[in-house]
Write a protein that binds this ligand. Sequence first.
Ligand SMILES: Nc1ncnc2c1ncn2[C@@H]1O[C@H](COP(=O)(O)OP(=O)(O)OP(=O)(O)O)[C@@H](O)[C@H]1O
Ligand SMILES: [Mg+2]
Length: 242
Amino acid sequence: MKLVTFFSLKGGAGKTTGLMSAVSGLRMAGYRTALLEADKNDPLKFWRGNAMENGTWDADCKIFEATTGKEMAASYASAQRAGYDIAVFDAEGGESDVNTDAILSSDLILVPLALSSFDVEYGISSFEFAREALEANGRDVPIAFLICRFPAAKSKLTKADLESFEILKDLPQVSTRLPSRAAYADMGTSGMLHLYYAGLREDPALRVTSISIKTALEEARSLAADITDGLEMEQHNADPKH
Ligand SMILES: Nc1ncnc2c1ncn2[C@@H]1O[C@H](COP(=O)(O)OP(=O)(O)OP(=O)(O)O)[C@@H](O)[C@H]1O
Ligand SMILES: [Mg+2]
């Protein structure tokens, strides 16, 4: 089983959102995906609760507790025994022992960040934090930025946004980006993107909404492909159900 950690020292960077999109993408590609919840605010359990109410939770995606290093190790072992292909770790904001344990056990680390100069600076510090922890432990693990929350329309990008893109352009990053979309902001309540979309598609009155969600879904699919590429996993055939 491979471990992917969504990490940032900054709160509200997009860790949970990036992870939720990735889970949909990975499920659409047929990967069995386990979720490791480190954040004591339980965002993943809230997501599951809302999704189950809406019929948009994939029952094979189990959430494992990972609020301490010990719990994290036990959960990782359970998920591996249960035959999951990939586990995704939702780090809590900031520095913590369990975050560092996850970084050191990861096969890939994604550092989400928005484009304000503050977010970029904080994102770069987060990247360096992970890199130094890995280096101190003799581990060579890919770390990449995941750029989130910028205007989806090119014409709406500010000068500051373009400057941030310029700063980030030579730094390691996944090719997929997650611009600001209602589909992402709503995911915590609507549930898993691909299952939510499947429900909307069946209702002709909601076809217009479903078109905007489809764009987010394509990004989720592409993010999952970036992740499995980063993990050097063999590509699965897309799950014919989706
Ligand atoms: N691409 C996006 N489009 C729209 N909203 C987004 C996007 N990315 C993140 N958000 C919103 O930004 C807020 C912070 O995102 P998120 O909760 O994913 O960050 P986080 O790093 O997990 O935060 P925390 O440190 O609190 O765990 C949320 O309200 C989320 O819905
Ligand atoms: Mg979070």
